[in-house]
Design a protein around this ligand. Structure first.
Ligand code: AKG
Ligand code: FE2
Length: 197
């Protein structure tokens, strides 16, 4: 028998999906409440994780603020966390321990983008398992700004509808195409655990 094909009798993941979306997961009132958490005094230019805290405007141009895990925001952490755990249970079965970092509120103005990348890599981002993005803008508020996934050689767009949550394994290649008009806002979160298994 060829040892390379000797079966390990491991469970398979029949419901694995490169990305999953939940339209209308946040209602318009909730989205407004989240958008009001934007604080211009605390905004920063997005940095790149992994290779040090540097900004690289050829890969990414976005403004960010962090959503504190304070009492008034706990509902948001819980709502996103519970969905992530349920989705993980149904499709991925990763070992998850909690959020990696605070939730990020991202704001893409005209010309802003985040080119093809993985959210996973060596060092501090090796704990990331599931990436979560929440669409906080109405599709009419901006042009461009599509959250896209590369699956083999094909590009797939996430739905743009406000209140949609998109969940995907952090090793999936994705990007946000340049905003050509208006402003797009999103939440970006990661569920993390011990390095992949
Ligand atoms: O804004 C988004 O929806 C996703 C952004 C992203 O890919 C990231 O912050 O890693
Ligand atoms: Fe990303």
């Amino acid at each position: 028998m060829n040892p390379i094909v000797f079966p390990f009798q491991q469970a398979t993941r029949p419901h694995f999906a490169e990305f999953v979306f939940y339209e209308g997961f946040f209602n318009p009132q909730e989205v407004d409440k989240i958008r009001n958490l934007w604080s211009s005094e605390n905004e920063v230019d997005a940095t790149l994780s992994g290779g040090g805290k540097t900004t690289d405007e050829t890969l990414r141009k976005t403004k960010l603020t962090f959503i504190k895990d304070s009492e008034e925001n706990i509902w948001l952490y819980q709502k996103i966390g519970q969905l992530g755990i349920q989705c993980n249970h149904e499709r991925y079965g990763y070992d998850l321990l909690g959020f990696h970092h605070e939730l990020q509120l991202a704001r893409y103005g005209e010309g802003d983008f985040f080119d093809w990348h993985l959210d996973f890599g060596a060092g501090e981002i090796s704990h990331r398992k599931l990436s979560i993005s929440v669409q906080l803008s109405d599709p009419e508020e901006y042009e461009g700004g599509d959250l896209q996934f590369m699956i083999n050689k094909n590009y797939h767009n996430a739905p743009r509808t406000k209140g949609t949550v998109v969940v995907f394994p952090s090793f999936i290649m994705h990007r946000v195409t340049p905003i050509t008009k208006g402003v797009r806002q999103s939440i970006v979160a990661w569920l993390a655990g011990p390095p992949y298994r």
